[in-house]
Design a binder for this molecule. Structure first.
Ligand SMILES: *Cc1c(COP(=O)(O)O)cnc(C)c1O
Length: 346
């Protein structure tokens, strides 16, 4: 019997890719860092390549190496967002990776084809406009990029400010294609699309603006079996530290999923699951291997029944909010212990 099951719908991934690419109207270069947001970087990348993706973004050198090996003979540009970190040059070359230059030190340490990352206000990685200007005669700049800090909030004035700053700097590199938008930016309008967009979260089912979006299909479904059903009398506590007290008599299902399966410890209180047509609350602290949920009044609550923790009925953005975290963190912490099933319909 499968007790914890992760279903990863690669057809939904393909649909999301088409939506994101068509909305932007330009090349879509998937961001498949952190094992493809937990979905499986190699499975995701191979399917996206079949759907037409020819450029990818990863965070780390090792992610780029693994992806290059998986792609084999398939041609693709793989950008490494960390850039040419000290000592990485030989390996970047060996795997034919394209580093993203984030500083003048990195610019000096790399003499091949590269992307240039301009900081337009996030103050994370990237060159200032003045620093970028000193590189404008570099012949091997294959992409000029920046990253939006507030793309999840369309009304935030930071978006327009970063757009304006990016336009000014990219003019220094008229030959190079430009890229600004991640998932959120794609839905801010075509002004933000430039020549390439870099979707991540919305490929994998998260809404572009931190809430479910009808245009984006569910990719990840996480289900756990009920291991035991017990009656908990009013006044009894449930789980570690006695952190939850039954306010009346409860029927409680103990599920085979805990923080080692990607249910955040912060999910209590507030976390929910989907069973018998409704959301049910988590009761008691999250254990490593189990959670308790309130199934009072459910007629089919019995061992072996599967309960949805993420999926079409409980979108990742909503599950994340209830658990006090984000869709990004939920997905990137998905279980490696659960049984994984990839859905491929065609
Ligand atoms: C992670 C990342 C992306 C993808 O962002 P999403 O919000 O997941 O779509 C794009 N660009 C850069 C630089 C990133 O770090």
């Amino acid at each position: 019997m499968t007790v914890t099951r992760l279903t990863l719908d690669l057809d939904a991934l393909a649909r999301n890719y088409a939506v994101l690419r068509d909305t932007a109207g330009v090349e879509a270069a998937p961001a498949i860092k952190a094992d493809g947001y937990g979905v499986g970087a190699l499975e995701a990348a191979l399917r996206l390549w079949d759907e037409g993706a020819r450029s990818f973004h990863v965070a780390r050198l090792t992610e780029g190496e693994t992806l290059r090996a998986a792609l084999g003979e398939r041609t693709a540009t793989i950008y490494v967002l960390d850039g040419p970190t000290p000592g990485s040059q030989d390996r970047l070359r060996a795997a034919r990776l394209t580093p993203v230059i984030n500083s003048l030190e990195q610019a000096a340490a790399w003499d091949g084809a590269a992307a240039i990352h301009i900081d337009t206000g996030m103050n994370r990685l990237g060159l200032t406009a003045a620093e970028a200007a000193t590189l404008s005669d570099r012949p091997d700049v294959v992409l000029v990029m920046s990253h939006l800090a507030c793309a999840g909030k369309p009304a935030d004035p930071m978006n327009a400010l970063q757009l304006e700053r990016f336009r000014a700097v990219r003019a220094l590199f008229p030959q190079a294609p430009a890229s600004l938008a991640s998932s959120g930016g794609i839905f801010l309008g075509r002004d933000y699309a430039f020549d390439q967009v870099r979707p991540g979260i919305s490929l994998f089912g998260g809404g572009p603006h931190d809430r479910p979006d009808a245009r984006i299909s569910t990719v990840v479904t996480l289900e756990a079996a009920i291991l035991q059903v017990r009656e908990v009398p009013a006044g009894e506590t449930i789980g570690y530290a006695g952190a939850f007290t039954a306010e009346h008599d409860l029927t409680v299902g103990i599920l085979a999923a805990g923080y080692a399966d990607g249910v955040p410890w912060s999910a209590h209180p507030g976390g929910v699951v989907w069973f018998e047509g409704a959301l049910r609350r988590m009761v008691g602290r999250i254990s490593m291997d189990m959670i308790a949920v309130d199934l009072t009044g459910c007629e089919t609550a019995r061992p072996g029944e599967m309960v949805e923790l993420l999926g079409a009925n409980l979108p990742v953005d909503n599950a994340a909010r209830a658990a006090g975290t984000t869709a990004y963190e939920l997905l990137t912490r998905l279980s490696t212990r659960a049984e994984r099933r990839y859905v491929v319909g065609r």
